[in-house]
Ligand binder design. Structure first.
Ligand code: SDX
Length: 428
């Protein structure tokens, strides 16, 4: 393939270099386009054909259903690694030695306490607040309590900010759920692991010695790994663009949480369960809901289906579907919505509308069924997604800052009024 792209505008031909990645992806480098052409820019709503950066963190091939973190397949990592190990891999680029992992975790534990005044902020929220709103606010509030973690430039300062949020975020996640459930706010322990601490802080009852259920622990660990990163999705792009203004790591993560909240993105896992419950309440009539999903006049979409990049199975959905069967079976949980979900999937996979548009189950389609079996409230599902995605957001923010990337500031094509003189109000 030639190393350049040629663009013809009117009588003029312009040449732009091609950028080729390590997986043979090719991009046209248009950074000189506007200057070379006297003002012509590209436009691509939703950035469906536009790369925002070069990145060495996650590779996915949507046509083939491939997902790798730093070159390791999601299938192997979900099977053989644990979440903190994967977090280290995503953030620092290599699987850690035991010594490196131990130091990382100890540094995280040293930062796993939050300022007690955070409790006053939690108290101020109405009991029925959506947990994503609580989490986004508390994460932003961390900036107020940790001002030194705002505009960090050195790798050492970045590392300190990273272990701070890796330590404090699980506390905020757990306290968000305890606020929703009306339980006292508690802490973890230095004697147990990262995921075990999440479980202890979320599920421990004040009047009992909490025991870790290994089935739940393994399932939660796997779910967090599967959610850990996904290249330049909506919330990660948000973290990168907010971080590009040097607003700091906590503020960037808080912005990412808000972007993830949307039902077209991470909020879909909550929307899937609500959809499945609605279908169950409606007598399990999946055909009716398939018809609604295909009806252009009906705003209803089959939540948990379709993906901007995957035009084949989302490899994460495949793993989660198997895990859902295993976890519910191991926990002895019968959940009729799992059968409804499987029925919907089977119908969609043989329905021309879905096949033609290459709409397959995505990461959100089955995950909520497992969270519910773990007694996690449905409005907390997207918070769990955020807990998993945290190391990915951190890794992408760190890569952007270390590469000293410019502040993100897209252009536009103006389509409003041309110049017109001001008219006094008594003349309008
Ligand atoms: C995540 O980007 C990431 O990597 C995200 C994520 C991550 O890990 O960060 O993978 C996590 O966000 C997963 C996606 C969760 N969202 C949902 O499950 C919500 C339901 N899905 C859709 O809203 C939709 O599929 C999107 C938002 C996920 C993708 O939308 P696109 O790429 O903008 O595609 P589109 O809306 O242009 O749809 C193309 C066609 C349209 O029909 P036509 O106009 O061509 O006739 O497919 C149709 C759409 O109407 N379509 C659906 C559908 N999804 C797309 N029709 C019915 N049900 C659906 N779910």
């Amino acid at each position: 393939m030639s190393e350049i792209a040629k663009l013809q505008i009117g009588e003029n031909t312009y040449e732009f270099p091609l950028v080729k990645g390590t997986e043979d992806e090719v991009a046209i480098d248009v950074k000189t386009l506007r200057g070379a052409t006297g003002g012509v820019i590209t436009i691509d709503p939703g950035f469906k054909n536009t790369g925002s950066c070069q990145s060495a963190i996650t590779f996915l091939n949507g046509e083939e259903g491939v997902l790798r973190y730093r070159g390791y397949s999601i299938e192997e990592l979900a099977e053989k690694a644990d979440f903190l190990e994967v977090a280290y891999l995503l953030i620092f680029g290599e699987l850690p030695t035991q010594e490196q992992l131990d130091k990382f975790y100890n540094d995280i534990l040293d930062n796993a306490i939050v300022d007690d005044d955070i409790k006053k902020i939690i108290d101020a929220f109405p009991k029925n607040s959506h947990p994503m709103g609580i989490l986004s606010s508390l994460t932003s509030a961390l900036t107020a309590f940790n001002p030194s973690s705002v505009n960090v430039d050195s790798e050492e300062d970045m590392y300190n900010a990273i272990v701070k949020i890796m330590g404090k975020f699980p506390v905020l996640v757990a306290w968000t759920m305890r606020k929703v459930k009306g339980l006292p706010l508690n802490y973890g322990s230095r004697k147990i692991g990262y995921v075990e601490n999440v479980m202890k802080m979320m599920f421990e009852k004040p009047n009992e010695d909490y025991e870790i259920n290994p089935i739940v622990r393994d399932a939660l660990d796997k779910l967090l790994i599967l959610h850990a990163d996904h290249e330049q999705n909506c919330s990660t792009s948000t973290v990168r663009i907010v971080g590009s203004s040097h607003a700091g790591l906590f503020a960037s993560i808080s912005a990412g949480i808000s972007a993830l909240w949307g039902p077209l993105h991470g909020g879909a896992n909550q929307a899937v369960l609500e959809m499945l419950e609605a279908i169950k309440a409606d007598g399990g009539d999946t055909k009716k809901y398939m018809g609604k999903a295909k009806d252009k006049e009906d705003p209803f979409r089959l939540m948990g289906f379709g993906h901007r990049v995957y035009k084949n199975f989302d490899p994460r959905a495949k793993i989660i579907k198997v895990a859902a069967d295993e976890v519910l079976d191991d926990l002895g949980v019968e959940d009729p919505v799992l059968d409804i979900a499987k029925g919907l999937e089977q119908e969609a996979l043989s329905d021309e509308y879905f096949v033609k548009r290459k709409l397959y189950p995505n990461v959100d389609f089955y995950s909520g069924i497992i969270y519910r079996a773990m007694d996690i409230p449905v409005e907390m599902f997207t918070v769990m997604f955020a807990l998993g995605r945290l190391p990915g957001w951190i890794a992408q923010w760190r890569e952007m800052r270390l590469r000293k990337e410019p502040i993100g500031r897209p252009r536009q094509v103006y389509t409003g009024e041309n110049y017109r003189p001001f008219v006094k109000i008594n003349k309008r």
